[in-house]
Design a protein around this ligand. Sequence first.
Ligand code: ZN
Length: 313
Amino acid sequence: MMEMIDHYQPDYVVRFDADACQCPACQQAPEGWPRVNVALKNQQRESLAMACESAAKAILLDPEAFNLQVSHAEPQGEQMLSPWDEMLNQQCINLAVHPSMPLEVSLYAIGVLLSKAQHYLEKGESDPMLLLAMGEQLAMLAAEGILEQQFGELPPIPQNSLAALKEMGQLRLALNLPMAEKMGVMLKLSELAIMPTSRLEERLKELELADRQVLLFMEQPQIMRNFLIYKLYHDVFPGVACVNYGEAYLQLATTFFRIRMLCALGTNGEGVLPTQTALVLISALSAWELEHPVTAEQNTTSDYSLLCGLSLL
Ligand SMILES: [Zn+2]
């Protein structure tokens, strides 16, 4: 008899009606897309590709999107999810859904966890209980407000944000927006690549200010929170058999930085960002990043990439 394994299905998959979507990505996609099955030898996760706009809507808007149904299925995949990787992913998810952590603090805590995990890995230690203990310790520090305080004391490295913003000038996003709105965002993006440094510094400050005033994210905080949970769940973050946690973290932090800056670019002067525009921006960025993944600088350590990632929060 075939051994049965855990099969996960979040609410956003259950409720999704793929036939109804006419977004540009769906029109070009093969049959079955945007449904994705992350099929590992010992676990399966059903999901949707964020590059579909309807999928982005289903994943990001519903506060209950991540209610999981667990069933059992026959294994389809070849790759094993090791107990270490599974625990690391689970601890990242726990930190992402922790009720006393603001989003940035969840991201910070994940960075601290990965830094420790990398050091264990390099010492040849692979007991998942080490990660469990670390996760619990971080949750305790969060509940006491210590983590938020530590996060606030991180030294800023403005040149990292500046470089990340400049690089956004290279993004060529397929934006399914009305022409005027689309051209506006494209223009604002492409000028980032050619701005003199002093002007770019001003622009960064303007966008950081605008980012803190996006009404949509104040009214619907689950959008960014769900995005984080999605990345962790869908990518089995930091990844199956991943060995460079710093690079994985840098990718995650860069994506968050880009979403914040993109949404700030997309707001009007009063902080208004239409929900549909936010969904299109996030969905288009996801499509771009699948084709053009962020990579760590060559010949740098995992710790260095982690620090770079933290500086973008
Ligand atoms: Zn679609």
